[in-house]
Design a protein around this ligand. Structure first.
Ligand code: HSE
Length: 308
């Protein structure tokens, strides 16, 4: 049997970003977790990776895997053994649920905690995750949990946790097809009209307040967006119908989840199942297969589960 020299297990939540008007700055962690166990085993050679669940058939094995690359950034160059990564993925890939931020954060935190003592501060790890991933609005909720606002200025990253009322939970309609963030960003214009910027800024501020207080009246209007959703709609067949159907079925508000193609509906109360069904039907009407996930808000962010 191969001897295990060191081991750590971390788990990371899914995240939804933008929430409509908070393009590239608001994020929310969702209780759907990927787990990663990293072992240093006797032997030598390049890293080995086992993947179960989402992406098991497609994710690269070995050094080119994002988790491995992230861990390598933080681990000592010379190791007295071979790295074995065991990933259990529950976050669907390329669906606007922060799977790539989760992979980067899992790799960084596992690498930093493999030998028990942290190799650098959590702030440094978070900045590295933003550099690797490029999307602070997914990194911040994945690291801290809950609702977050973030910004990057001159390469420096800062994030703040915001309060979200306990009555809110999420229903996410996840289409079967994938949409790469790169493609969804290529659909955006380089500049936007001033009116549209004002439209978003005013809603983003009021949305944060409504999420804090639990006020659902008018919430869907506050989740409206003019900076990205209208440009991305042609990449997500059924988007407009799905947003409307979710609200009709009882959601307090709905928006494209991150860069899509998933749809995030926020619910307060017991309408989750109905909203999930409505989302599935709306996508199906456009011949898009989808599944619905009822998820509570994650308040923990990245977790180191065990280390030995
Ligand atoms: N805010 C980013 C976008 C999230 O909408 O493109 C990407 O995960």
């Amino acid at each position: 049997m191969t001897k295990i020299l060191a081991r750590v297990t971390v788990s990371v939540p899914a995240s939804t970003s933008n929430l409509g008007p908070g393009f590239d700055c608001l994020g929310l962690a969702l209780d759907l977790r990927n787990e990663l166990t990293l072992e240093l085993v006797e032997g030598s050679g390049s890293a080995l990776i086992e993947v179960a669940g989402e992406g098991a058939a497609t994710l690269p094995r070995g050094e080119s895997n994002r988790i491995v690359q992230a861990a390598r950034l933080i681990l000592p160059k010379r190791l007295p053994g071979r790295l074995l990564f065991k990933a259990v993925n529950r976050i669907p890939l390329a669906r606007g649920l922060g799977s790539s931020a989760a992979a980067a954060i899992a790799g960084l935190w596992a690498g930093a905690h493999l030998f028990g003592t942290l190799r650098c501060s959590e702030d440094e790890l978070e900045s590295l995750a933003v550099k690797l991933e490029g999307h602070p609005d997914n990194v911040a909720p994945c690291v801290h949990g809950g609702l977050t606002a973030s910004l990057v200025e001159n390469g420096r990253f800062s994030a703040q946790r915001l309060n979200i009322h306990p009555s809110f939970s999420a229903v996410v309609g996840v289409p079967e097809f994938e949409l790469a963030t790169k493609r969804a960003r290529a659909a955006l214009p380089k500049t936007v009209p001033l009116n549209d910027a004002v439209f978003n800024v005013s809603r983003a501020i009021l949305l944060v307040r409504a999420l804090e207080t639990g006020r659902t009246r008018g919430l869907n209007g506050l989740m409206a967006d003019r900076l990205h959703q209208p440009y991305r709609a042609r990449l997500v067949p059924g988007l407009a119908n799905a947003l409307a159907a979710a609200v009709e079925a009882g959601a307090a508000g709905a928006a494209l989840s991150g860069s899509g193609p998933s749809v995030l509906a926020l619910v307060a109360g017991g309408s989750g199942r109905r909203v999930g069904e409505a989302l599935r039907r709306a996508f199906a009407a456009q011949r898009v297969k989808s599944r619905s996930l009822e998820l509570s808000v994650d308040h923990q962010g990245v977790r180191v589960e065990r280390s030995s």
